[in-house]
Write a protein that binds this ligand. Structure first.
Ligand SMILES: [Zn+2]
Ligand SMILES: [Zn+2]
Length: 612
């Protein structure tokens, strides 16, 4: 595989979708299918079914390549290797227990009694001023831990290369007096999986001395660069569009946020997290009412709901409407959102989670408020904001499991181990199957498999089961790290609600893709000969302005990202390996040349900038 597809061109001038290193959109696949089998006409259902299969296989192939290239990396093992992940989650849980204690004492003290996420007109105006003033300033995360004069006891590490493990760096930092902890950002796909770091020290530590001591820190020939992390560098506020302030969205969001709190609390695997009950108890204590979840009326609303994702959920009986006074809805919503931010590093309005407060505030801001509705009470157009947000939140609240995971490129333990069992089964004829491990005979294939699983558990290698768990842990978060093409989402939007389960999570890659599509990256004059034939987003006879799934406001040049990058991405991700990253870091470039990440991170996930 590579940029030059090996397959011969089909009669219509289109290449086999399987020859691309990404997932092609549904429209391309359907067009290509028309050129197969002598142009035999297919029913829509069959096309969708075949696309589902194609998409699942393409995702699994991409993930398998990525997995093979990164499974020995420290950051990758820490997050996804089943044993290492257990340790990692243990550390994270301890951190969250501390957060919980802080939240509960703030809640008890009355600090959140008047909490609201709806921005005032003054806050919106202040936000606009700050946006203009700060557009060229680094944003390095907020800081709670500071002196009265704004002094922070924290250093910022501009680049932690993937070749240096967390443990190795920690070992070095522990040598400094006053060292508290090291926090690392999520590895960055656009920076060859390099991370940012924050090093926290005890209050009163002589930070000048620490900086001087660390000025020559080198690990594996990589020169680290530390700087003071100051409070000025943090963003004060982000604003969700005013559509989030509509009554319909407030009710919708409370429904999801309640689920989110229960789901994330449960996943900590300890009994101490009771966010939902604590918040409701506080509201009652303040004399407020709790909005009711009217699941019973859900069916009546399905026809009114034109949004595919939630329609699918209604059919599952999972979604109903939150009834009751809108002020009560808003109050509970805001307290639960604050709980998710403070305790779980989860910003509902970003649709993103982090593993530490430093990375959390870097990605979001001290506050993430809603714009208030205008005087006419209606929301301004906000593009795909709600849809993308719902999809991002959906995979956080309902992590991919079992068949859903399999459809998204994961591996099924059942299917993989069945292949292993084949080695021990001899089919003598119709209705006679022999177990080769003990020579017993069985009437059916299913019986002999059940027998082997029960009586010869050693036939299923533990190593295989462990590898599948490792791989699947990665697949759950893979869209954060792997460039997929838009076939992962736009096409799914087209089939959502028809294919069962297809409506969920289908759009979750949209943000990652659109980050690549900067206006002007590809000028019309740069069209290369042969592009029409080799670009899955360019169908024969189409002009650039007619691209399927073009994002609004992107300047009309939606190209295959692989073409834009001239193959750089492929070689760095899958072939460049660790050697090129180890020396010089950051893909051979001077690490000091890493620019401000404001332009890359805001708006979140590469959303078109509507000014939120
Ligand atoms: Zn946020
Ligand atoms: Zn047997």
């Amino acid at each position: 595989m590579g940029l030059q597809p090996a397959t011969t061109t089909a009669p219509g001038g289109m290449l086999d979708p399987r020859s691309y290193d990404q997932v092609v959109p549904f429209k391309y696949f359907a067009e290509w299918l028309k050129t197969q089998d002598g142009g035999r006409r297919l029913e829509q259902d069959e096309i969708r079914e075949r696309y589902e299969d194609y998409r699942r296989e393409a995702l699994q192939r991409l993930y398998t390549q990525f997995y093979a290239a990164h499974k020995d990396d420290d950051w990758f093992q820490e997050r996804f290797d089943p044993e290492r992940r257990k340790e990692y989650m243990q550390v994270l849980r301890t951190r969250k227990v501390g957060n919980l204690e802080d939240f509960m004492s703030s809640l008890a003290s009355g600090r959140y009694d008047k909490l609201t996420m709806t921005a005032t007109t003054e806050q919106v105006m202040q936000h606009e001023v700050n946006r203009r003033d700060q557009s060229n300033i680094n944003r390095l995360g907020a800081d709670d831990d500071e002196d009265d004069d704004g002094e922070t006891y924290c250093l910022f590490v501009r680049t932690v290369p993937p070749s240096v493990s967390r443990a190795t760096l920690e070992e070095e930092l522990k040598k400094q007096a006053g060292f508290k902890y090291l926090a690392l950002s999520e590895p960055r796909q656009d920076k060859q999986y390099h991370r940012f770091g924050w090093v926290r020290f005890d209050k009163g530590t002589d930070m000048d001395k620490v900086l001087e001591n660390l000025s020559n820190l080198k690990i594996d020939e990589f020169q680290f660069h530390f700087s003071r992390h100051t409070n000025n560098s943090s963003a004060a506020m982000r604003l969700a569009p005013d559509v989030a302030s509509t009554e319909e969205r407030l009710r919708h969001d409370l429904k999801l946020v309640r689920e989110a709190v229960k789901s994330l609390d449960a996943r900590t695997d300890t009994e101490v997290f009771h966010g939902f009950d604590s918040v409701q108890a506080k509201i009652k204590e303040l004399g407020g009412t709790i909005a009711e979840d009217a699941d019973a009326d859900a069916d009546a609303d399905v026809a009114m709901d034109d949004e595919e994702g939630s329609a699918a959920r209604n059919e599952d009986g999972e979604s109903g409407e939150i009834k009751g006074d809108i002020d009560a809805v808003r109050r509970e919503l805001d307290l639960l959102i604050e709980y998710l931010r403070r305790v779980h590093y989860y910003c509902y309005y970003c649709g993103h989670t982090a593993d530490n407060s430093e990375d959390f505030y870097r990605r979001c801001a001290k506050q993430h408020l809603r714009r208030p509705l205008g005087a006419n009470g209606r929301a301004a157009p906000s593009g795909n904001w709600t849809r993308n947000l719902d999809n991002r939140n959906d995979v956080i609240i309902h992590p991919l499991e079992a068949e859903r995971l399999y459809k998204e490129g994961g591996k099924s333990v059942e299917r993989e181990t069945d292949k292993e069992l084949d080695k021990h089964i001899n089919c003598l004829d119709e209705g006679r199957f022999r177990c080769l491990l003990c020579t017993k005979l069985f009437k059916g294939d299913a019986f002999v498999r059940k027998h082997i699983r029960n009586k010869h558990p050693e036939a299923v290698p533990e190593e295989l089961v462990r590898d599948i768990a490792f791989f699947n842990n990665f697949v759950r978060e893979a869209p954060h790290f792997v460039q997929l093409g838009t076939g992962g989402n736009l096409a799914m939007g087209a089939v959502a609600g028809v294919v069962s389960g297809g409506g969920r999570g289908g759009d979750r890659n949209a943000g990652f893709m659109s980050g690549m599509m900067m206006p002007g990256m590809m000028m019309p004059g740069m069209m290369m000969p042969g592009m029409m034939a080799t670009n899955p987003y360019m169908m024969p006879g189409m002009m650039p302005g007619m691209m399927p799934g073009m994002m609004p406001g992107m300047g009309g040049h939606f190209m295959n990202p692989m073409m834009q990058m001239g193959g750089q991405m492929y070689s760095q991700q899958f072939r460049g390996g660790r050697g090129s990253q180890r020396n010089g870091g950051n893909g051979g470039r001077d690490p000091r040349a890493v620019r401000s990440y404001v332009d890359l991170d805001a708006p979140a996930e590469g959303e078109p900038d509507f000014g939120f």
